[in-house]
Ligand binder design. Sequence first.
Ligand SMILES: Nc1ncnc2c1ncn2[C@@H]1O[C@H](COP(=O)(O)OP(=O)(O)O)[C@@H](O)[C@H]1O
Ligand SMILES: [Mg+2]
Length: 246
Amino acid sequence: MIQIDGVGKSFGRTKVLDGVNLRLAPGEVVSILGASGSGKSTLIRCINGLEKLDRGRISIDGFRVDDPKQLQQARRCSGTVFQLFHLYPHMTALQNVTLAPIEVLKVPRSEAEDAGRALLASVGLSGRADAYPAQLSGGQRQRVGICRALAMKPRYLLLDEVTSALDPEMTAEVLDILARLAAAGTTMLFVTHEIDFARQISTRIVFLEQGRLLADLPTAQFFAADGGLAHPRIAQFLSKMKKDHQ
Ligand SMILES: Nc1ncnc2c1ncn2[C@@H]1O[C@H](COP(=O)(O)OP(=O)(O)O)[C@@H](O)[C@H]1O
Ligand SMILES: [Mg+2]
């Protein structure tokens, strides 16, 4: 379980996260929606210890992210895929995927490579294992990024707008992979602007507005007229997203 309690974070005078409470239990797919600048990426970065909390606490399967002594163990539990392609440019797809298992988990190289090739094949990249990031399309790179996270066998997968830099066709490729992971029971915290997709795969939807959680509801209830939609800011956000997609 990921437990986020009373988390606050400011940059200078800007309150970016303000008393955020959230739970992610094994098997759940929780989507985080919210306008640009609402604090979504900062929340993801706090969960994997990339930002120091000003207030509150975060623990992952009992390990405190905000305790330097427990951070490594907490980090081991989750894998993150970012919006932009954070692959190592001088390494092939396979090397990107096998680096952490070999270096951190001390998996023997041949075993890590077998597992890495299987992962790449599972996202339709069996022929691209030896390609460098510059030789891959954006969609292919994001699929390698997902494999790299999965190679560490994380209990929680954190995804921060993984399709927002992609064209519609590549977006569909990546969402297809995520839908399969969700169907296979992967626990995910999913920051996205793909509202329809979020609605299909999520068990719960969370809405952030200026660093505060305005809603945390089961998906059907979030989209119900007397649920999340009853909140004017959420209704406004969803109708704007719909218009932008037409
Ligand atoms: N390292 C930083 N230094 C200063 N301000 C930041 C930093 N990171 C994010 N912010 C600010 O925090 C707010 C929330 O950013 P972010 O978490 O990236 O939002 P989102 O991912 O929802 O678009 C924005 O106003 C952004 O400019
Ligand atoms: Mg962001």
